[in-house]
Design a protein around this ligand. Structure first.
Ligand code: EPU
Length: 417
């Protein structure tokens, strides 16, 4: 099993470029299934999660041509609605394929998508949504069977804001008959990106990026070329890295307005940040201050940036409170930081108190999930001595060739196969 070996304590400087957004890529690949014409997706990140969803649509009969940073998807010859069990179990986001596959094939059979260590991640709002479109949902042997001769426009109010739920219902509605209204919808920037592109391909979507989205169903979706927005979570993660281990780090090809709340708290904690149009420069911080954060749906403080920010707070002088109400197990990784010397007390599964500053020391640890995993890499880079991080598939799920990119900043990190 491969692992990362890190020698901590190097000062990092230079430039690092943000890749296309993982969570935009996954949804764009799913949406491409709506069309019988080819979709070209550029700024495409080749990470484990996006490789899995491409394999899933190939398994359904689509053809995929992989370029350096792009893919061309042709879903004309999709031939089945039965999804591969192993792939569905590996990728939680596989549920998003259910909508477009149902719209094209009238039937979906898939294994319950993989759970994950950050929480239970139920799919009730997806299944209820499909029923509102007139589909029948059956549950047999850990599989859903969803069938619909034709999809009818629906009025869906999400009792809780759900990112993938909003995207799935929006995509499903594109080919449904009549009007769909989604209320209490998520507003993450990946959603208007997808809606704008679908509209260029012939869809009629209004209000994406606001809590109410209206979709007028159309008969057909055409092809075209979509450039993915930069990954805002990568950008924020690199900003924490710059503050903790950097002299001066420039984060290129990102959109600072996509991480407004995060950048405001970074500055409150005493980090010097300069924003350009498509870049952020961060200077290493000497006297970090404690701050209290609560994660929130967009445009609030992203839950995916909570783990690196919690690490940052271990280096602040004083006590900070971190409250992450979105997933029930997203703070469990703080055990690993404590093993490295941090002083973090879990108050309840959604809240921790971070007492700092703490000197971190290198350890052998395993990456529990994607965002916790990259945080442990950052911890290793500022720790005294050698850190070994195992289970790095989790990190590869979301960060493309991360060790090569960090090495360019001066980090001492090796992938040992
Ligand atoms: N929820 C339900 N029922 C549902 C769907 C969601 O109870 O049917 C709950 C979830 O369990 C959670 C809350 O609603 O407690 C919000 O979850 P949401 O559906 O918004 O999360 P998601 O769409 O599954 C996406 C990202 C996550 C990111 C969250 C929150 C993708 C593929 N994933 O997940 O990204 O943390 O939104 O912003 O877009 C990551 O990239 O590491 C990651 C976990």
């Amino acid at each position: 099993m491969s692992y990362f070996e890190i020698n901590g304590g190097r000062k990092l400087k230079g430039e690092i470029t943000v890749k296309g957004a993982k969570n935009a890529a996954l949804k764009a690949v799913a949406a491409a299934v709506l069309s019988s014409d080819p979709w070209t997706i550029t700024n495409f990140p080749f990470i484990e999660d996006t490789k899995r969803i491409l394999e899933m649509i190939e398994d359904l009969g689509a053809t995929v041509k992989r370029g350096k940073e792009s893919v061309v998807i042709d879903a004309k010859n999709i031939k089945t609605g039965r999804m591969n069990d192993d792939l569905a179990k590996k990728l939680r986001a596989s549920i998003i394929l259910a909508g477009p596959v149902l719209a094209r094939m009238g039937e979906v059979r898939m294994h319950h998508p993989g759970g994950c260590v950050i929480g239970k991640r139920p799919v009730d709002m997806f299944l209820e949504g499909f029923q509102k479109f007139g589909a029948r949902v059956k549950w047999e042997n850990s599989h859903f069977k969803i069938t619909a001769k034709r999809l009818k426009g629906a009025k869906i109010f999400f009792p809780r804001i759900t990112v993938t739920g909003t995207e799935t219902m929006m995509i499903t509605a594109v080919l449904a008959e009549g009007e769909t209204i989604l209320e209490n919808a998520a507003m993450e920037p990946e959603i208007p990106m997808l809606a704008e592109f679908l509209n260029r391909c012939g869809a009629k979507i209004e209000g994406a990026g606001t809590p109410t989205i209206r979709i007028h169903g159309v008969k057909k979706i055409g092809g075209g070329a979509l450039e993915l927005i930069p990954d805002r979570i990568e950008a924020g993660t690199f900003a924490v890295l710059g503050a903790l281990a950097g002299e001066k780090v420039k984060i290129k090809k990102c959109v600072p307005s996509h991480i407004r709340a995060f950048l405001a708290y970074l500055q409150k904690a005493g980090v010097k940040v300069e924003e350009g149009e498509n870049e952020i420069t961060v200077w290493g911080a000497k006297n970090l201050k404690p701050v209290n954060i609560v994660t929130h749906e967009y445009p609030g403080f992203a839950t995916d940036l909570q783990p690196p920010f919690t690490l940052l707070l271990t280096q602040a002088k004083g006590t900070s409170l971190v409250h992450d109400p979105i997933f029930e197990s997203r703070l469990m990784f703080t055990d690993a930081l404590n093993l490295m010397g941090a002083n973090i007390v879990m108050n309840d599964p959604h809240r921790v108190t971070v007492n700092g500053p703490s000197k971190l020391i290198g350890r052998k640890i395993a990456s529990p999930d994607l965002r916790a995993g990259i945080t442990l890499v950052l911890a290793g880079l500022i720790a005294n001595g050698k850190t070994r991080i195992e289970n790095i598939y989790q990190i590869d799920r979301g960060y493309e060739r991360i060790e090569e990119r960090l090495k360019k900043l001066g980090a001492d990190i090796k992938r040992i196969m």
